[in-house]
Design a protein around this ligand. Structure first.
Ligand code: PEP
Length: 251
């Protein structure tokens, strides 16, 4: 099976007022000008900007995603947003299980799995995040922890076509620290084996993104690692020049 088409997705986290749509339009136009080469691109702004961002990118090659959703379709869940609502707003991707949500909101693998199921049921693609903490890595448990998160967060019944996995070591997020290429290769190989076991040959086509302090200066090395099919980018996705400096690796 040929390597999957890479995906470079930006996670804006809790950043961005309406004025940030100008930066989004710059990214859209840079992608349209061929700046991301063969890579697919997506930006996941905060909920408040999803509909406007999707409108601004309608018909373009820049997809819009969200950063979380509720597992239910509708109901008495004050403050929550469903995957169906995100679909209605024009999103095509939803990040679930980001380590900041696992830490800040006590999201377990079971919750993440239920959210991913809701995303897929709504016709969207789930970007499921996994990753070990610094202590877990220092204890030599990184592969076991990530493997366990994959087992717990994914359902073998998920359609492989609507699934992306992001390996994001918690200690690398927003810190400027990154694992070595060898460490990334080891964990991505573990994830690939799990995906092949759960989904058969289709597991070979599921994109496995690396995330955690990706920037233009380290993107080529990280994206060149075996089984790395793109990036989930936080801070560096807020500026068009930085985001395109990463996506441009695929030109
Ligand atoms: C993220 O939060 O998904 C992330 C990868 O952040 P950063 O690139 O800022 O480390």
């Amino acid at each position: 099976m040929s390597a999957p088409r890479p995906l470079v997705a930006g996670n804006w986290k809790m950043n961005g007022l309406k004025a940030a749509l100008v930066e989004l339009a710059a990214i859209r136009d840079a992608v349209a000008a061929g700046g991301a080469g063969r890579a697919e691109t997506a930006i996941c702004p905060p909920f408040t900007l999803v509909a406007a961002a999707a409108d601004a990118c309608k018909g373009s090659a820049l997809a819009i995603g969200a950063q979380d959703c509720h597992a239910k379709v509708s109901g008495a869940h004050t403050g929550d947003v469903s995957a169906q609502m995100l679909h209605d707003a024009g999103a095509t991707y939803v990040i679930v299980g980001h380590s900041e949500r696992r830490a800040d909101h006590g999201e377990t693998d079971a919750i993440v799995r239920a959210k991913a199921a809701a995303v897929i049921k709504a016709g969207l693609t789930a970007i499921v995040c996994v990753g070990e903490t610094k202590d877990e890595r220092l204890a030599g448990q990184a592969a076991a922890i990530v493997g366990g998160q994959i087992d717990g967060s994914l359902d073998p019944d998920f359609p492989a076509t609507h699934l992306v996995v992001a390996y994001e070591p918690v200690w690398a997020i927003g810190t400027g620290l990154t694992p070595t290429a060898g460490d990334v290769a080891e964990i991505h190989a573990v994830i690939r084996q799990k995906l092949l076991k759960a989904y058969g040959p289709k597991g070979g086509a599921i994109r496995i993104l690396y995330g955690g302090s990706v920037k233009p200066s380290n993107a080529a090395e990280l994206m060149g690692v075996k089984n790395v099919d793109g990036a989930l980018v936080g801070g560096a996705s807020l500026k068009c020049a930085d985001f395109m400096g990463i996506a441009g690796v695929y030109k």
